[in-house]
Design a protein around this ligand. Structure first.
Ligand code: KG4
Ligand code: ZN
Length: 340
């Protein structure tokens, strides 16, 4: 089964062709980094305009790199939420137009389901139940997954997402955008114990997260030290901040594993690229006898392959859905689409 996956929920215009849920024939991502980096964050209006420019060339590239024609595609899958509403609408409207013109079935995919299924591209044999930490620029959520499409939310962030905190702290340190990979690199030169930033564990046993207090603690620290802040302390701030985020993510996820009796954890979303987070999940997993899985970095950040993969497991396992235009023409983009 050949699936064309389309993703435009934030600042990447992405399309991919995958075969039978696991073989990536192409995976094209047009990043908008250049557009947004000078603002230190994604500007929604500019993101929409860039998606409009990029969407058709990106889909064309995905098909040609896969050496597949649209006529051969069995199913089109597109992200319908959560995300920036204007950005989502570009992908969804384009997908509808292509599906209608080429008489193909179309399914809408939840972006978080896409992140969860990114791990199945490399571990298709994974079995349930699973515990998932979805950690990205917009989300920090824990799910228990009991079967395909059976997601139960155990915890979420009460304020900022972990990726958002990385991006905002990088901005405070004038390190650039997106902050996650830059802090990851900069932290290697710093001492993670140098500054005792708070670990917001909330009340005991809670599986919710909160990162805005930590972000404020970094701002207060920098204010005390500057301006200007000495360049020599920046790696220590980066390392101490990163250690605080990782400590909380690890503690909460393994507490969730303990509460639910899970012995398989998946770590997905852009922040799952973080080298310290990956290392500490593996170490904790060995201690707690829990197996940890995470995708290669290029599959952690937003891409079309994860959307196509989610469509395979959520809609394609029972055969190819019928192409029914009236139903899919009514599909709407939803900025805060819940997963469960
Ligand atoms: O999943 P994603 O591509 O987009 C959303 O759905 O939000 O995640 C992007 C987020 C950004 O906040 C970025 O700073 C963060 O992932 N990120 C990282 C790393 N690489 C990307 N955060 C920490 N360490 C990294 N190495
Ligand atoms: Zn994402």
């Amino acid at each position: 089964m050949l699936i064309l996956g389309i993703e435009t929920s934030c600042d990447e215009t992405a399309a991919a062709v995958i075969k039978d849920g696991r073989q990536i024939l192409s995976n094209i991502v047009a990043s908008q980094l250049e557009v947004h980096s000078k603002y230190g964050g994604v500007v929604p209006e500019l993101a929409c305009r860039k998606h409009i420019e990029n969407i058709i060339p990106v889909i064309d590239q995905a098909l040609s790199a896969a050496e597949i024609s649209l006529a051969e595609i069995d199913l089109i899958a597109v992200t319908r939420g959560p995300g920036l509403i204007g950005a989502l609408l570009v992908g969804l409207s384009t997908a509808k137009a292509i599906a209608y013109a080429h008489k193909k079935p179309l399914v809408g995919i939840n972006h978080l389901a896409g992140h969860i299924y990114s791990v199945f591209l490399e571990y298709p044999e994974l079995s349930f139940p699973l515990l998932a930490l979805v950690v990205s620029g917009g989300h920090t959520e824990l799910y228990q997954i009991r079967g395909h499409g059976d997601f139960c939310q155990l915890g979420t962030t009460l304020d900022d997402a972990a990726g958002e905190a990385f991006d905002k702290v990088a901005k405070m340190l004038a390190l650039g955008y997106p902050g996650g990979p830059i802090i990851d690199k900069c932290a290697r030169e710093g001492d993670p114990q140098a500054i005792p930033f708070p670990r917001p564990y909330l009340n005991k046993g809670s599986l919710d997260f909160s990162f805005s207090g930590l972000k404020t603690a970094v701002a207060v620290y920098l204010k005390k030290k500057g301006p200007p802040v000495g360049q020599e302390i920046i790696p220590h701030v980066a390392a101490s901040f990163q250690q605080a985020v990782v400590d909380v993510l690890v503690a909460k996820t393994f507490e969730a594993a303990r509460q639910t009796g899970s012995n398989r954890i998946i770590l997905v979303g852009g922040v799952a690229c973080n080298s310290l987070l990956r290392k500490e999940f593996i170490t904790q997993g060995q201690e707690a006898n829990v197996r940890v899985y995470y995708p290669s970095p290029y599959l952690c950040t937003d891409n079309g392959a994860m959307i196509a993969c989610a469509a395979y497991y959520l809609f394609g396992l029972e055969g190819i859905p019928a192409p029914s235009p009236p139903a899919y023409l009514e599909l709407d983009a939803v900025a805060d689409l819940p997963l469960a």
